[in-house]
Design a protein around this ligand. Structure first.
Ligand code: IPM
Ligand code: MG
Length: 369
């Protein structure tokens, strides 16, 4: 019997519509091969949602996401909606909103080197050789969702008794939130190289001291077989480019994870290659780690591989289609080994006839599948 999965498509802004089309193309190819039917529902998120409905995350989008078996998102944001006005809607609120509403507290960001692209890194080849880490970022707590305010300070209680505008954001974590993300990290480490690096700022922050305590309690109670190390976030920023191959699973809170995952992505030299998965207890969401690249939107030159690799993660984690997921990874590796490149991952030696656009890259993957 043909299995049927419902997928909610959130193309969003910038290059979003172009790359998500390639993700769908790959899903359809996989579906044909594995006797699986994928049914798609399009919904609005981000800037385009603001333009069409006034809100970055319309209720209809949440309904569509909840009614699906998985969500495939491309990217949101662009200069058109950039503002520092605290009351104006922002495309990013769509992304943050859907993470919160769907309870997607675990964000997985794999950082892997494709051999064919090893030269793309700004780090020396011997440093990036063997890099294979999984960043596990807490996604629904911390600074991103804490109490915040901007106000005019009439009393002059600011530094040096100054008056003027003030603002604050609150960093708060509960034992419950730390425990559940720690468990995820240890479970994932067991399926990998059995090592977890927990990143915090316990020498300064109270939330980090709680973080460290809970991570160790969870470890000692249930995961003593997994190697656990603590690393301060500033030191981690250094070690990531000093000895990236030493890391296996890196678990950290929301804001640290945001920053470190961009740094880690750069180790591979190709942000256009990295996928991510956001999961909770219900439907999961898959998206590229990169943004909406408004500067190249609509030109047909965006790299669809991170989107296609997020389809790989979807098949693996939401549909238990590990074999199909392996197929996609093999196809991507093969196409890169054959020398095909989009503009962002080409180098001085890439011949002009090996540089392809978004659609052609998607076609190559489908052919190899
Ligand atoms: C990410 C992005 C988002 C984040 C932005 C777009 C809100 O940078 O997914 O890493 O900060 O989480
Ligand atoms: Mg980020």
């Amino acid at each position: 019997m043909t299995a049927t999965y419902k997928i909610c498509l959130l193309a969003g802004d910038g290059i979003g519509p172009e790359i998500i089309a390639e993700g769908v193309k790959v899903l359809n190819a996989v579906g044909a091969k594995y006797d699986t039917a994928f049914e798609y529902t399009d919904a609005l998120i981000g800037g385009i949602a603001i333009d069409e409905t006034g809100e970055p995350l319309p209720a209809a989008t949440l309904d569509a996401a909840r009614a699906s078996d998985a969500v495939l998102l491309a990217a949101v944001g662009g200069p058109k909606w950039d503002t520092t006005d605290p009351n104006a809607p922002r495309p990013e609120q769509g992304l943050l909103g859907i993470r919160k509403e769907l309870g997607l507290y675990t964000n997985l960001r794999p950082v892997q080197i494709f051999n064919a692209l090893a030269d793309a890194s700004t780090l020396k080849p011997e440093i990036v050789d063997g890099v294979d880490m999984m960043i596990v970022r807490e996604l629904t707590g911390g600074l991103y969702f804490g109490m915040r305010e901007r106000f005019y300070d009439e009393d002059g209680a600011g530094p040096n008794g100054t008056k003027g505008q003030r603002a604050y954001d609150t960093l708060e974590y509960s034992e419950y939130e730390i425990e559940r993300i720690a468990r995820q990290a240890f479970e994932i480490a067991r399926k990998r190289k059995n090592k977890v690096t927990s990143v915090d700022k316990a020498n300064v922050l109270e939330t980090s001291r709680l973080w460290r305590e809970i991570v160790h309690r969870v470890h000692d109670e249930a995961y003593a077989d997994v190697e656990l190390e603590d690393l301060l976030v500033d030191n981690t920023a250094m070690q990531l480019i000093n000895r990236p191959a030493d890391f296996d699973v890196v678990v950290t809170e929301n804001m640290f994870g945001d920053i470190l995952s961009d740094e880690a992505a750069q180790i591979t030299g190709s942000l256009g290659m990295l996928a991510s998965a956001s999961m909770g207890d219900g439907v999961a969401l898959y998206e590229p780690s990169h943004g909406s690249a408004p500067d190249i939107a609509g030109q047909g030159i965006a790299n669809p591989l991170a989107q296609i690799l997020s389809v790989e993660m979807m098949l693996r984690y939401s549909f238990d289609m590990g074999e199909a997921a392996d197929d996609i990874r093999r196809a991507v590796t093969q196409v890169l080994d054959e020398g095909w490149r989009t503009g962002d991952i080409k180098d001085a030696e890439t011949p002009a006839d090996k540089i392809v656009g978004t659609v052609a890259m998607g076609d190559l993957i489908v052919e190899r599948l």
